[in-house]
Design a protein around this ligand. Structure first.
Ligand code: MD3
Ligand code: FE
Length: 216
């Protein structure tokens, strides 16, 4: 019985391929949660989560903040990366060492060596929040991968093609899952379906997504 259970347990980091250069690492962030969750509380005490306005005049349902040398922002004038938090007038909080370690290890596990993230966007979802289909095009170097870490409530991630109208695959993302994108998959359309209220044991009715990028 004992040995049977051992054989039946899943491998520690099952890799699920989403595209030629896109990979889901199920549960990869779980060993980092103890360090990462308190670090998010430090970040939000310095640069609080806030709703931002898109150039088109919509208020995003997701609230966000950043850490690292550069932070992603949007307002009526456009999307961009800034070194200073526009709400506080101060630099974004320093990227915690555990964040950088997680992002670099995840990139390496997906066969992207020497990832040097300088920006970490922290998105916070509450029930009903969503992210409509978009491309990530504000970074200088499309050669670097993007690493995304999911915490808290489950989300249905939409993974599209290179045109907005291409069909999308639905990928469930759970607490601790990490996704790495690069190469030919780097400019694919993607989004997040409206979140259902399925409170998570540790995080409650929230989902946090950390998106690591080389922006500068
Ligand atoms: C697919 N955030 O902030 S990153 C974003 O769950 C964003 O909050 C997602 O999309 C979220 O821009 C997770 C997912 C992501 C990032 C880059 C990609 C997916 C991608 C590049 C190409 C294809
Ligand atoms: Fe995105």
């Amino acid at each position: 019985m004992e040995t049977l259970e051992l054989f039946e347990s899943p491998p520690p980091n099952p890799r699920q391929r989403l595209g030629p250069a896109a990979m889901v690492l199920r549960g990869f962030a779980l060993p980092y949660v103890q360090e990462v969750v308190p670090a998010i509380e430090v970040i939000e005490a310095i640069s609080p989560f806030r709703h931002m306005e898109t150039p088109g005049g919509f208020t995003m349902s997701v609230t966000l903040t950043n850490c690292g040398a550069l932070g992603w922002t949007t307002d009526r004038r456009g999307y961009r990366y800034t070194a200073v938090d526009p709400d506080t007038g101060e630099p974004w909080p320093v990227m915690p060492e555990a964040f950088a370690r997680l992002a670099i290890q995840a990139a390496a596990a997906a066969e992207f060596d020497d990832f040097e993230p300088d920006a970490c966007l922290v998105n916070r979802y509450t029930p009903g929040a969503r992210l409509s289909l978009h491309q990530d095009k504000n970074e200088r170097d499309y050669g670097a991968p993007i690493v995304s870490v999911s915490l808290g409530m489950r989300a249905t991630f939409l993974f599209g093609g290179h045109a907005r109208t291409d069909p999308t695959a639905k990928v469930p993302l759970h607490h601790g899952d990490v996704v790495v994108w690069g190469g030919v998959d780097r400019l694919r359309y993607h989004g997040v379906m409206p979140l259902k209220d399925e409170p998570h044991a540790l995080m409650g009715s929230r989902r946090i997504n950390l998106t690591f990028r080389k922006a500068g």
